[in-house]
Design a protein around this ligand. Structure first.
Ligand code: ARG
Length: 585
């Protein structure tokens, strides 16, 4: 099946060829849904740039295209019913109701809702979550995990081969103090190492306060790097315990990351000398105050001095950047990636800019490989300052999940006394987690956002509960009518009423929206879309009765089909965001 947008694009492209010849077959028709039904359903804005190129008035260009378009349902079920040229040369397209109805019907009959997998699929590596061993996952990791998961889901649905990579911070000098402290406390042999965050705090405090301990911790780093068995065993235990913890968080969050996706910093250890050698061979390496650095054009520190990327410390140790160079090589060469995506907080922008510049400058990744840094802003408290607990500590991710769920359970119990205790628990958990994720996904990721329980759990507005509620409402209609939602196939969508038409046009935008998120890696576009879809549904339902006794049978079935299509689209869209729906709440 081809959806209406594709049909329109095809019609415009053959009109373009008809008017101006084969060279114009691939010209972008600049097709968009019209902002106002007055101007038709879609608008094609190609005449302006094309006029410039051809040196002809845009209106004339528009007319030449329009003359070639097949218009009118008389021409055998064509998609365009009417066309007008407006203003400087906008082509306003009115679609035929029959074609729209047909498109909606086909979408309903397709498990992928009319979104065909992309033809030229790519291998995309998505680096996300990437927390640090022995450190608590905080709200920053919430963002990376939630946004990264949505992006991975969207790319996979779009048809790409997605390789998720959890670039765990599992190596570095901090392990010296952790292991030294464990050993001195006689805990190194223990089965469980206890609370790792506590361990981190304690050893950090000693490291800062006791110079002798700091010295021994440094010796430990040497022992770890030298492969001392006892030290290595302790390191492995620390990593394993952290991984178990992260796995439990991912499981609670319902994210797709699995233990097999972990390829931590330590994985690249034995590749780091090779990275530095290669930089040397490429003439990229300089020595500055004993350290190995790579100058990167265009980067300056705050005093205006050239700022290089440091890849080797004067004591021979390697750095975060060295590991990321190794990881990028591994992903491009071994994993054969066409696109590298990094979902990491905005403060690391400079690191990634320098990394990408170096990879390009020395041809370490092929020109065709796309590099995407996907930054996000900070989570702020309701007071607009950095989000903290009342006692001033950083907020633990797991505590947020607990609170989201318990708050939503309470709301469910209060709002719907018909739910049994167990149902309310299940529904509340899904809605609470969904609300937490959605709050993070629905704002433009680059902006900071204010964390507000009240706003994210509200049944009104651009929230998960609002979207889930629209899904619940459809199920409510089917339940009330005694119709089995899954089995229902007997309706053919009709497009008679303007609210039906608006809703169908919105449904047709699902595929293009998925496509735009796969390109821009901005999940909030999908959120906005789903919000508009849900609002359109509520409006439709206000004006177009479904079950009322005076509604003719075929109209009722057509509207039920439309309701079902809306529900399926909401469910699929939310699934792409990593959010589960419920059938009642
Ligand atoms: N572990 C790092 C942090 O918590 C994030 C790693 C991001 N990925 C990367 N390839 N550098 O800040």
């Amino acid at each position: 099946m081809t959806d209406v947008t594709t049909q329109l694009k095809q019609a415009l492209s053959s009109a373009l060829t008809g008017a101006f010849g084969e060279d114009f077959a691939d010209a972008d028709p600049l097709l968009n849904p019209a902002g106002n039904p007055k101007f038709g359903d879609y608008q094609a804005n190609l005449a302006m740039p094309l006029g410039k190129k051809l040196g002809r008035p845009p209106r004339e260009v528009a007319q030449a295209v329009v003359d070639q378009l097949e218009v009118g349902s008389s021409s055998g079920g064509g998609v365009i019913e009417k066309v007008e040229i407006a203003g400087p040369g906008f082509i306003n397209l009115h679609l035929s109701s029959a074609a729209l109805a047909e498109s909606a019907h086909a979408m309903l009959g397709d498990a992928r809702l009319g979104v065909a997998p992309i033809d030229n699929k790519q291998t995309v590596v998505v680096d996300y979550s990437s927390p640090n061993v022995a450190k608590e996952m905080h709200v920053g990791h919430l963002r990376s995990t939630v946004i990264g998961d949505a992006i991975a889901r969207v790319l996979a649905f779009h048809g790409h081969d997605v390789i998720r990579q959890n670039h765990l911070g599992d190596w570095g000098t901090q392990f010296g103090m952790l292991i030294e402290h464990l050993d001195e406390a006689g805990q190194i042999e223990q089965e469980s190492l206890g609370d790792l965050t506590k361990l981190y705090k304690e050893s950090k405090a000693r490291f800062d306060a006791e110079p002798e301990f700091a010295e021994r911790a440094k010796q430990r780093v040497v022992a770890l790097q030298g492969g001392d068995e006892k030290t290595l065993a302790a390191w492995r235990k620390l990593v394993a315990q952290s991984q178990d913890y992260f796995a439990s968080v991912y499981d609670r969050m319902g994210v797709l990351l699995e233990p097999g996706d972990i390829r931590g910093e330590s994985f690249y250890n034995d590749k780091l000398p090779g990275v530095v050698d290669r930089l040397k061979a490429d003439g990229a390496l300089r020595v500055s105050q004993g350290a190995g650095v790579v100058p990167v054009e265009g980067f300056k520190d705050k005093d205006g001095n050239a700022l290089p990327m440091i890849v080797q410390k004067s004591d021979g140790g390697y750095l975060y950047a060295t590991t990321d160079l190794a990881a990028a090589l591994f992903r491009a060469d071994e994993l054969d990636a066409d696109r590298l995506v990094y979902v990491v907080g905005a403060p690391q922008r400079q690191h990634f800019d320098m990394l990408f510049a170096t990879l390009r400058r020395y041809g370490w990744v092929k020109d065709g490989v796309r590099l995407d840094f996907v930054p996000f802003g900070q989570v702020l408290g309701e007071d607009g300052r950095i989000f903290r607990t009342r006692s001033g500590d950083t907020v633990r991710l797991i505590d947020l999940i607990d609170e989201a769920e318990s708050r939503a359970v309470a709301v469910c119990k209060e709002k719907n006394p018909e739910l049994t205790g167990e149902e309310a628990e299940n529904v509340g958990r899904a809605v609470g987690l969904g609300a937490l994720k959605y709050a993070d996904l629905s704002s433009d990721r680059i902006k900071d956002y204010r964390f507000s329980w009240q706003r994210m759990l509200a049944l009104d507005g651009n929230t998960a509960p609002y979207l889930i509620n629209a899904y619940v409402r459809v199920h409510g209609i089917f339940r009330k009518g005694g119709i089995d939602f899954d089995a229902f196939t007997s309706g053919h969508v009709q497009v008679e009423d303007s609210n039906e038409k608006a809703l169908v046009l919105k449904l047709m935008q699902f595929g293009p929206t998925v496509e735009s998120v796969a390109d821009s890696l901005e999940p909030h576009r999908l959120c906005n879309y789903l919000y508009e879809l849900a609002s359109g549904f509520h409006k439709f339902f206000e004006h177009c009765p479904v079950l009322r006794s005076d509604v003719p049978d075929d109209v009722r079935r057509g509207r039920l089909a439309l309701c079902k299509l809306v529900a399926l689209t909401l469910r699929q869209g939310l699934e792409l965001l990593g959010i589960e729906v419920v059938e009642r709440m």
